[in-house]
Design a protein around this ligand. Sequence first.
Ligand SMILES: [Zn+2]
Length: 430
Amino acid sequence: MARISSFVFLVVEMCCWWLINGNKVLLISMDGFRWDYINQVDTPNFDALAGKGTRAEYINGTFVTKTFPSHYTMATGLYEESHGIIANSMYDPLFDDYFNKRSKQTKWWDGGEPMWVTVRKQGLKSAVLFWPGNESEIRGMRPNIYSAYNHTMPFQTRVDTAIRWLSNDIDLAMLYFDEPDSTGHLFGPNSSQVRAKVKEMDDVLGYIVKQFDQANLWETVNVIVTSDHGMTEVDYATRHVDLSEHIDMNAIDKIPSTGPTANILPKANMDDAIIRNLTNVPHVQVYRKEDVPEHWHYRNHRRILPILVVADEGWVVLKGPEEYSEPDRGAHGYDNTLMSMKPIFYARGPNIKAGYETLPFNNVDIYPLICELLCIRQAPNNGTLANTENFIVNVDQETCAADTSGSSSALFSLPVVILCLLIKQELQVL
Ligand SMILES: [Zn+2]
């Protein structure tokens, strides 16, 4: 009798756990990992991950295809105009202040709710090893564990740290690798150096899988491997549009960054002259803020300045000859519909379909996907769970609120919790 009741107790406890809790998630970003890099060299570990999980040929990033904006979109499920990190370097007219990659004040980041905050708000635990925004207090919270960006931390150490977290009580872990982006910038996406780096990142993935095997984490942790953008060939010396050759630079008040795109704040009443002089310049498109193509979702934020210049693929917009000497052979930031800007996507775990290829989806969909895998309510976002549902398995959507209202899960889970506790109490009396 005792053996039967303890068995029933265990089953009930497991059922209750399953009803109330989702599994864990490890979200990995390999910066600048273009979707087709895996076709250029042997990547046995990526191939194996696809075999045991789900892969998309590529996913669609947001515009602009830059590191900080794209990572914050993944973290929040919001378009850049919605979360407000609209460039790696930007100017805010309200704050009369500049943002760069070292800016940590809450005022820059508070436009969105990153998943590490969503997780904490619902009683779960998050740990982040280097993700844009992870050092800032956002909506009153930080991840349970986080640290200042350390470029020199070996990739193996980063993996070991995440494995330790997930083996303990962390529910959401986020892990960032700055490659193959750095190598892509230095040598260009078609270089032998990038191919070698992609092989190295495949080895890193192999190490992650081995550690998961040893720590027995595959039963409880869903792993997602993705990226923020792709990379294309550039040559600053020969393929540039020099703004100073076309417009009076005194007409510009502020131009916080140059490269594949440039946001321009003109001096008073100079908008028309700047637009007129740039309109027929080859290799760039110039837009008034209100005319920016709708599908870029890049209009409705004050940090998007009144004029946007976007270079053709492989070209850069510069302020003057002092910028011609930039040695980078690779860049990103261009139109997110260009194939060269598309990132990778792989997933494997207890709630991910095995041996499956899904259609491309959008990186705003990653936030609702991860909320679903963790069985938590989403904060308002621009993503669509339906775009990834085709490869989610074994998640009870009744208990994991698929909607964003936040009420159904709470209403449903409370009686379930009480019922489970009562059943457990009854069994313990037996
Ligand atoms: Zn990047």
